[in-house]
Structure formats: C-alpha cells, structure tokens
Design a binder for this molecule. Sequence first.
Ligand SMILES: [Mg+2]
Length: 414
Amino acid sequence: MRIADIRATSVTVPLQAPLRHANGCHWGRFIRTIIEVETDNGLIGLGEMGGGGESAEAVFRAMKTYLVGHDPARLEEMRFLIANPTASLYNNRTQILAALEFACLDILGQAWGVPVCEILGGRLRDRVPFATYCFFRYPNPRTGAGEVRTIDQMIETTRAQKREFGFTTHKLKGGVFHPDYELEVYRAMAAAFPGNALRFDPNAVWSTEQAIRFGQAIEGLRNDYLEDPVLGLNGMRRTREMVRVPLATNTVVVNFEQLAANVLDTAVDVILVDTTFWGGIRACVKAAGVCETFQLGVAVHSSGELGVQLATMLHLGAVLPNLSFAADAHYHHLTGDIIQGGLMRYEGGAIRVPDGPGLGVKLDRDKMGEYSELYRRLGNYPYDQDPGRPGWTPIVPNDRWADPADDRAVKIPF
Ligand SMILES: [Mg+2]
C-alpha cells in the first residue's frame, strides 16, 4: 500500500459566539484545514490542522512530493522524512506531521479493520470525559446572543452547558481582564458549582508575582490545576514553590526536550498533551509514558477541533492509563461539523470513542462544500488580534487588560 495523493481543503465553521483569549479572539469561527490522504488501493485517511485563523492548504500540497509512493505504515520514517529535528530549524513541520500521521493511522485502521486506539495499545475506556470550556465571549455579531463578560453571564452560560452536556469539570479561560476581576469570576464559579472540579488558564500572560498572588488566593478551592499562569519553566518553578495548587502547561512543555528538562528540575505537575502540538497521537502516547514513569499528571489539550481532530483526542484519551483529568475541547462551542452524522454527542459530560475502523469518522461532502464555501467568502482572521480593540498588542507580562464594563458590540464579518 502506497500513498497516491494528498488533498487539503480549508473550511470555516461558525462558533456560537466569538471566543476571547489572552492574545486576541476567535472571531466567531474556526478555520481548519482538512487533509485527505489517498492510497493506491483506494483508502482515504483523514487529518486536520488548525492554525492562527489561516488556511494551511498550500503546505500540504507541498508535502505531496515527499510522500507520494511512501508506505503509510512507516510512520517513524515519515517523521524524519518531513520533520527531521535539525532540518526543522528552517521549516518546523511538527503540526503538519501531526495531520499526516492522523491520516496514515486512519488508513492503517481501515486496512487492518481496527479502530486507531487498538493500534495504539488498545482502549482502556470507551468514553472520554470532557470539561466545560468557559470563555469570555463577545455577543454573536448576527444574533446579539451569547455574550459572556459579567459574572452572572459566565455562571448562566456554564450552567446551560452543564445541563445540556453533563459536564462536572469547568475550565475558565482567563487572561482577558485584570486578574483581580477574573479571580472574582473564578470564585463565583466555585460557589455556583460546589463539588465540581475547576481549572483556570490565563495563557501565560501574568508576571510570576501575579501568578503567585492568584495561585495562593485559590488554594482552598477544588482546583484540578492552575494552567500556564506564567510563561517559562523558571517562572512556573518559582510559582510552584509558593503555591499549593498543581500547575499545568500546554505551552512550555510541548516536546521531549522540554519534558526532560521538567523531569530533571520540575516546574510543572500536569502535562497537557495535544495531538497537534506534539506532532501526532503517537508522540502524545510516548510523552504520557514518560509522565507515567515520573509520576507527572496528564490531560488532553484542545487547540480547537472539528470532528477529525476530536477523533484523535478520543483515541488518545482511550489508551492513556494515566489520564486522570477530564479532557479539554472547544467542541461544544461549534454550531456544526464536517463529519457524517454532524456534531458528536456528549453523554454525561463524555464522548464515546468511535468504534469504526481507523479514526471512525467520515466526511460529510455536503457539509465540506458548505463550510469550504464559507471559508472562501469570509477568508482568514487574525487570531492574535481583538476585534473590539483595534491596534491593541498584548505584552508579556501583560497589563493591557480589557474592561469588563465595556459592553460595546464588535463588528465582525459573517
Ligand atoms: Mg492552555
């Protein structure tokens, strides 16, 4: 079996409302590039890649010259073929490798008649639990609905999502407003959802001293962990010395070199593995094995996903013995999906691991057409800019906070 063709299609799927984060905003939509790797015996494997509000079609077209004729089972060779560690100094293709690895695993599962998780060691669980991903949100520019800015809006939106999807863990995405205001919101969430687990993530925009202040202030709450309060292993280590809450990261431990550094001089307690950032599902399984050896915690990170990427997270979550936290997903903020059957369903805060061969998801061609047309019409968006604050540039550590009293609507094309 050989790779015969690689196709890439960028799609835009609307979100319920624009999602605000420390570095900017998802402008009411996700742009994802869907990869189809076709073999000479007619199998089609699926991959997916995100990016900062941009298409990645061109880079996948360029990979055809490397991979046509390649055996999709030779995954380790593919790693060195397109993401050689020293060549990567010039062309970092870690995320591209990830999307191609997803597609090749999908092909192998179909060829061998087994789900991807059975290739990865076999499932330990049939369902992967997820957390509510609680964002500050601008109102939907079309309907005016869905704003999350005040404490009451945050609690009511979370309550509605908990009712609909069954979540018992809630992750608050901060770094948007002054940390004192976000601390108020977090405390109100803890009071509103007693018995539920909480986690907070300001995307590494605080000073170390601010991280310590916030961390100490939440010590009595039911925290899973405090995620990336500050940028850099040294700031995390200084914070960890002063705060009795586990620290987590998806930012400063995203490869094996950094994981080794963290083992030798621990700065982070919980490693959030991301099938894209680490360069594939298999790299995440390997990283989780290192974490198991050194008794570090593991959770599954979300860098934004449609159904193909979500399937990679489910197969990963199914096989990790040391997955001791609910996974993150942006998925419940989407209004649709490109896979057959539409959006995967949550049951009791969890999603079933697909049973079909390979990743277990297939493209809905009508939806692909609809959402690729939407991509052509709306184009890219600057993920690292805030549509409500033109010209704003966040710094690290940041002190250029948004104003929680500012309720002006934002203009975003849709
Ligand atoms: Mg994070």
